[in-house]
Design a binder for this molecule. Sequence first.
Ligand SMILES: NC(=O)c1ccc[n+]([C@@H]2O[C@H](COP(=O)([O-])OP(=O)(O)OC[C@H]3O[C@@H](n4cnc5c(N)ncnc54)[C@H](O)[C@@H]3O)[C@@H](O)[C@H]2O)c1
Length: 352
Amino acid sequence: MSRVTNYLFHSEPANIEPAWNDILTPPRPKSCKTILVAGGAGFLGSHLCELLIRKGHRVVCIDNFSTGRPENVRHLRSSGAFTLLRHDVVDPIDLKVDEIYNLACPASPPHYQADPIHTTKTSVLGALNLLENAARYNARILQASTSEIYGDPNVHPQVESYWGNVNPFGPRSCYDEGKRCAETLFHDFSRIRGVEIKIVRIFNTYGPRMRPDDGRVISNFIVQALRDEDITIHGDGSQTRSFCFVDDLVDGFLSMMASPASLTGPINLGNPVEFTVAELAGQVLALTGSRSRIVHRPLPTDDPRQRRPDISLAMHELCWQPRVVLAEGLKRTIAYFEAVLAAEGRKLTEVA
Ligand SMILES: NC(=O)c1ccc[n+]([C@@H]2O[C@H](COP(=O)([O-])OP(=O)(O)OC[C@H]3O[C@@H](n4cnc5c(N)ncnc54)[C@H](O)[C@@H]3O)[C@@H](O)[C@H]2O)c1
C-alpha cells in the first residue's frame, strides 16, 4: 500500500492575505471534519476546497496537476486547515478521513483526449482506490459524475433513470465509459461492502479558475472575445447547452454529501435553463463589447445536440436549485478572464 508522500504545502500562518484572513480562520466547530478532495486543485475542486474551509472543515487536497494548478488553492494556505499533496489517483492511497469527494479527472475534451488511456485509468482505478480508502476508514464518498453518462441523449431533458446513448469506442469514450464504470464501482461498493456513496451527475459548469486553454465553450468564447479573435461556433450554433455557475454547483455537492445515507444518487446537478450555442456567443459579445466576428467550423464527433438536466430529484431531495442567472455568472467569469489575460500581457511585456 503506497501512502501519499509528495507533500507540497501544509497551511502556513505567514503571508495572510487580508481579504482571506477572517474568512479562512474560523474557529473550528465541533462538527469539523477532515475531508479529502481528489482533484482539488482544478476548477471545481478549488471552489469546493474553499467552501469546505469556509464551513470550518480541514481539507486534504490531492492532485496530479495534469489540468489543475497549485495557484488555484494557494490562498487557502493561510487558513491553518489546508494540506496539498501531489498524488495520482491511479495509485493506491491510505489517508484517514471522514469524507471524500472524487473530482480527479480532466473534464474538457482536449485534455481528456490527450491521453485517453490515462483518462480511463483515472476514472476507473481512481474510483477503485478512493473507494477502498473509504471502506477502510468508514468514510462517506461522493463521485463527481457527469451528464456525459447520457451520451447523445434520446430523452430530453435528461432524467436520472435514462440509461444513455453512449458510443463505447469513440474519441469521447475514455471519459464517458470511464465515468460509467466508476458509477458501477460506487454502487457495487455500496451493495457489497456497505460504503456510504453519493453520486452527482454534473452538467456544464463554468466560472472563475477555468483555464484559458480549457477548450470548453464558455471559456473559448470569452477568451476569443476578450482577444477580439474570431468566435468559433461548431456547427450552425443551434445545438443547446445549459450552464450552471460554479458557486451553485458546489453548494449542491455539500447538500448531497449531507443528505440521508439512503440517498445514493445518481442525482443531476446543473442549470435547467437551456440556451443555443449561438445565443451564448451573442451574450458573450454583448457583455465584453468585443469586435470579434462569429465563424462556423464542423461539429466534432459524437457532439451531443441537446443537453438539459431534469433537476426535479435535486429540488425534491436536496431543496437545491441554481440561483445565478447566465448573464450574472458570465459577468463574473469575464472579470476573471480579463484579470488573467492582463497578467499574461504584463508577463509578455516584461519578457520583451
Ligand atoms: N466542469 C464541468 O462542467 C464538469 C461537468 C461534468 C463533470 N465534471 C467533473 O467534475 C470534476 C472536476 O472537473 P473540472 O471542471 O474542475 O476539471 P479540471 O480539469 O479543472 O479538474 C480536474 C482535476 O483533477 C486533477 N486530476 C486529473 N487526473 C488526475 C489523476 N489521475 N490523479 C489526481 N488528480 C487528477 C487535475 O489536475 C485537476 O486538478 C471532474 O471529475 C469532471 O469529470 C465537471
